[in-house]
Design a protein around this ligand. Sequence first.
Ligand code: ATP
Ligand code: MG
Length: 395
Amino acid sequence: MERIILIKYGEMTTKKGNRNFFVKTLATNLEQKLKDYPCTLEKDMSRMYLSYDEREEKEILEAIHSVFGIHTYHIAYTCESNLEEIKKTLQETIQKEVFHTFKVEVKRSDKSFPQNSAELAPIFGGVILKSKEGIKVDVHHPDMVVHVEIRKEKSLIYYNAYQGLGGYPVGTQPKGMLMLSGGIDSPVAGYLAMKRGIKIDAVYFEAIPHTSLEAREKVKTLTRKLAKYQSMIHLHIVPFTKIQEEIYKNVKENYVITIMRRMMYRIMETLAKKNKALAIINGESIGQVASQTLNSMFVINHVTNLPVIRPVACLDKLEIIDIAKKIDTYNTSILPYEDCCTVFVPKHPVINPTLEECEKEEQNFEFKNLIEQAVEETRVLKIKEQEEKEYQSLL
Ligand code: ATP
Ligand code: MG
């Protein structure tokens, strides 16, 4: 008997033509995630089988739980495909499981096996009933489903599922550039984009000395937390001070934020081209603030042809916070350091800006060179999840 982990794919199994690519990407991501543990991964078109060292089970399960594209995973036991061996394995492994009611599901892919599934289910049910006190069969709402799969080489026994993260494996879509501020929404937006298979680079607009180094550290920590889902993230730090000061000097107060965001989008587009990314991703949520009304989105979006993905556009703040807590970014996001957007907030930002006004205001200063310079002076950091772990252990 060997104890393994059985991994079942999620939505991707419906994508017939691309299945091979999806499975390969998932396997690569899993292997990358598990590279520090001695284990071997076997795959076919519908599932994977991971052999591993039981002493590292907790860490390995946790690692599997941070890989997109997995529907469910199970601890499973393999044994010889004969009735006595299967019964013995059931008897031994059922002891650890905690439940009151159960049902047995038998799948027999080896059609040469003497008994069929309908005959086998009561046999295995009987074995389980004899092995444990105080349990009974409930075929409608069991606490526990006992799966027995009879296959040619080895048979497989497994119990209830762990729920995977779902989504598509990261890397099954091209790259997207995530606008990552220190707030609550943008890390959640990044997480949801990765869940659709988009590999992300993060971009942070920094306005030192108006924003602090602590604010940068906060963004680095958030990036590390997101790196859990794609192993390494490039964080681009854009020096935004000069542009912001020019806007503040030259643009009428109620248009300051709108113009600032148009400048950000222009820089995002240039960075995307430079880094072969096909989308801008951000944490805008419709109606949340003046710069996120549909009118604002329209005039801000107007400066780029790239698709702008807004994964939290239609979520309530409380729904966003729920996800932020689940992915452990919330407590970092609520740390009180100033963001470059909050430093220059006007008293009455325009809620319904017009294109004409934006273009008029932008004629008041020479922004093209400033944008080029900001892109040129952008620094890139490689941020890995591992450093987050090391950092945590130092605290
Ligand atoms: P968050 O939306 O992340 O909670 P926020 O509420 O401060 O932060 P806004 O200032 O309204 O958000 O900005 C909306 C979106 O624009 C952010 O979600 C983020 O994607 C992007 N953004 C804002 N400021 C920055 C910045 N300094 N660097 C990078 N992206 C930014
Ligand atoms: Mg916001």
